[in-house]
Design a protein around this ligand. Sequence first.
Ligand code: NAP
Length: 259
Amino acid sequence: MDLGIRGRTAIVCAASKGLGKGCAQALAAEGVDLVINARGAEALEVVAADLRGRHGVRVTTVVGDVTKGEVRERLLAACPTPDILVNNVGGPPPGDFRNWSREDWIKALDANMLTPIDLIKATVDGMIARRFGRIVNITSSAVRQPIDHLGLSNGARAGLTGFVAGLARKTVRHNVTINALLPGPFDTDRIRSTSVVLAREQGKTPDQVMAERAQQNPAGRFGTIEEFGAACAFLCSAHAGYITGCNLLLDGGAYPGTL
Ligand code: NAP
């Protein structure tokens, strides 16, 4: 299927690895010109060179922490009129809420709620004026089913989801949609690093923990960043103008409810 977005422009945040990289790859494969971001320059440049070489699209890199206003300004300067915005950033640390200070909460809210809202605010009116816009927020399955130990993530992502639920109904009339992708367990650096911590706690090897976690999923495996990127590209496609305010769970069936 031709997704009908060749020649469009996209900002993809936190895109040098993992799920953000999967989204950047899938959009580039559809002929979308990209501005991609991450804090580390080296991995970001590798991704940019690969996408330019494989797909012949324009790829600009913006190095820096997207939770900082100055970095978001550079992203928008590199792509002042994006057709597509993929909001993504690292997740907050695990822990017990009794140990979290006000500063810990503000950091999580700033990264996982206020940063995407700020980028939406900066781009959505231009999309409305141009009568095309696709905004995808990468959140977490924790929005549907809270994850023990990840209270900061559960809280901050729920805040973003609630805000977007209202706004997404106001923009769709102008062919501007806002949706979220809710990853369950995907094979990325993040899941590998949490497996190292669990392995230490459980006296196992990280590989054992990874294999057990994969087997616990109804699919018997983790999701791939290519599968994640394909879902993102479809939500960004010309065909997805009637899908807005949705929270698409990609978890291999791990969520146990009927709906
Ligand atoms: P990952 O493999 O660790 O990749 C994270 C990417 O984001 C890297 O490119 C990283 O590059 C970049 N990044 C992180 N913080 C950034 C910041 N402040 N500014 C700019 N770039 C930043 O992580 P992932 O698994 O793809 O996870 C992406 C998001 O999905 C996270 O919020 C995570 O909590 C959530 N999630 C993931 C899973 C999963 O199974 N993988 C499940 C549920 C939710 P630099 O380090 O160089 O900046």
